[in-house]
Design a protein around this ligand. Structure first.
Ligand code: FE2
Length: 483
């Protein structure tokens, strides 16, 4: 496995491909290379997940789809002003089979090398979610995979106590900021296209229902409010038949300009019907930021892609280093005003700057929030601009503040941690992984949320590069997502 810096890759597309290279080293060490001082209020663990293929296909890592790869879970543990880095693979059955045989297990872009018995077994590589003292590695095409919160030892698949109605659930549960209930949905290309579950703080499953939807889509994420669930149905159609015919995922998921987005709105109570409300534009969203109720309306912000066809193309080719940048990665912040009584929706584009991985103070999930944080694009055009800065948004006055990286650095998803359980919104820290191509290492930045553009309070240099991943979450030291 090569580890040389890639700062001098010839093109921006090659640079982006280089920061996605897998690094299969599993870590277990105290972090000693620290700039600044780690705040002693940080007492808990930043979990992180992302694709990190161990046994590569013979055609090379560049052939993989952005979503392909074994799940490498990281735990950055903070205690008493010190930090420790632990990482472990999610050891699913197919991961272990592939590790033993040395044959690539198969994915979206490349078939299994060991024959049909190897199968395409999705790895839980997208998010890592603590809930009720348990820890779940998640991907939208498989059930949750449980790991030990302290040791990251693999524990196995969880099927919602036998109540699963579909093939999988997504990587984006929403944990109600006040009740601690975990709501999560599943989607699939056969009926019922959408399913909804509610997991209580004690881990019991109190609701499992099918949801009628107008068409099957790749519904990556959703949103909740105090009383409602919002399902974003994008202008992407998920047709099972090409996969059954052996023509693969690329033909199964189709961008459809003739389908405007719809939001499925239903109350959270058992047995509630779903109303599908037309959104003015065609588009797609991976991630809503937050949603809440106010003045009889539902307000939801999201990062919305206006070019779903380009998005699908860029996802499939970004790792090759030869991507011609179809412009599909440009998601913009939008605000949606949904009237659940009238069945109407208005939309407003909030910025021309590209944004993704929106987060907020988790204590506000489903309730009105003022502040939001996201990875955003620098003013430079095209693929080289993405994920080059962290932006903090003020939803009251509409302003934003940026933390820019230096050349050769990329940011990941920002995670907010309150300074104390009763701290005000925005009084705390923003944790962010920064990849530095100049040294080929990853650092964990601890930012003061109220001075996000200032020098980090602490920068923790890891010994290695973490392949740029997807999502993470904070868990307080007692193993729960919040005190
Ligand atoms: Fe996601």
């Amino acid at each position: 496995m090569t580890t040389q810096p890639m700062a001098h890759a010839a093109t921006p597309a090659e640079m982006l491909a280089s920061i996605l290279r897998p690094n299969p080293r599993e870590a277990d060490y105290a972090i000693t290379d620290v700039e600044g001082e780690i705040p002693r209020e940080l007492n808990g663990t930043l979990y992180r997940n992302g694709p990190c293929q161990k046994v590569l296909p013979k055609v090379g890592a560049g052939a993989l789809h952005l979503f392909d790869g074994d799940a490498m879970v990281h735990a950055i543990r903070f205690e008493d002003g010190k930090a420790h880095h632990l990482s472990r693979y999610a050891r699913t059955e197919s991961f272990e089979r592939s590790e033993k045989s040395g044959l690539y297990r198969g994915g979206i872009n490349v078939e299994a090398e060991g024959g049909a018995e190897e199968g395409i077994d999705a790895q839980p590589n997208t998010n890592i979610v603590p809930h009720g003292g348990r820890l779940f590695a998640m991907v939208e095409v498989a059930p949750p995979f449980e790991m030990d919160p302290k040791t990251l030892a693999s524990k196995g698949t969880w099927d919602y106590d036998g109540k699963m109605l579909g093939m999988s659930t997504t990587a984006h549960p929403k944990i109600d900021g006040k009740t601690g209930q975990m709501l999560i949905h599943g989607y699939q290309p056969v009926e019922p296209y959408v399913q909804l579950y509610v997991v209580e703080p004690d881990g019991s499953v109190s609701l499992a229902e099918a949801v009628d939807a107008p068409w099957p889509s790749m519904m990556h994420d959703f949103a909740i409010t105090e009383n409602y669930v919002i399902f974003p149905l994008g202008s992407i159609y998920f047709d099972l038949q090409p996969m059954l015919d052996g023509r693969g995922f690329g033909e199964a998921v189709q961008a459809r300009d003739d389908l405007n987005m719809k939001f499925g709105v239903r109350r959270r109570e058992a047995g509630s019907p779903t109303t599908w409300i037309d959104v003015p534009s065609a588009g797609y969203m991976f991630h809503p930021g937050n949603a809440y109720e106010k003045d009889g309306k539902i307000w939801m912000d999201a990062c919305t892609y206006e070019n779903p066809a380009g998005l699908l193309q860029d996802l499939a080719t970004v790792r090759s280093g030869a991507s011609r940048d179809a412009g599909g990665f440009a998601a913009h912040p939008y605000l949606y005003e949904i009237d659940p009584a009238a069945g109407t929706c208005k939309e407003k584009k909030l910025s021309d700057s590209t944004a993704e991985f929106p987060r907020l103070d988790d204590r506000r999930v489903g309730y009105e929030n003022r502040w939001g944080y996201a990875g955003t694009a620098s003013p430079a055009a095209g693929v080289e601009s993405y994920f080059r800065r962290i932006t903090k948004y003020d939803r009251v006055d509409g302003t934003s503040v940026h933390r820019e990286t230096v050349p050769g650095q990329w940011v990941g998803e920002p995670v907010f941690v309150p300074r104390a359980p009763d701290a005000e919104e925005d009084d705390g820290f923003v944790l962010n992984l920064v990849y530095d191509a100049n040294t080929d290492r990853t650092a964990v930045d601890v930012l003061d949320a109220r001075a996000i553009d200032a020098t980090p309070l602490a920068r923790l240099w890891l010994q290695e590069r973490i392949a740029l991943g997807f999502h993470g979450n904070w868990a307080h030291a007692d193993g729960t997502p919040r005190d």
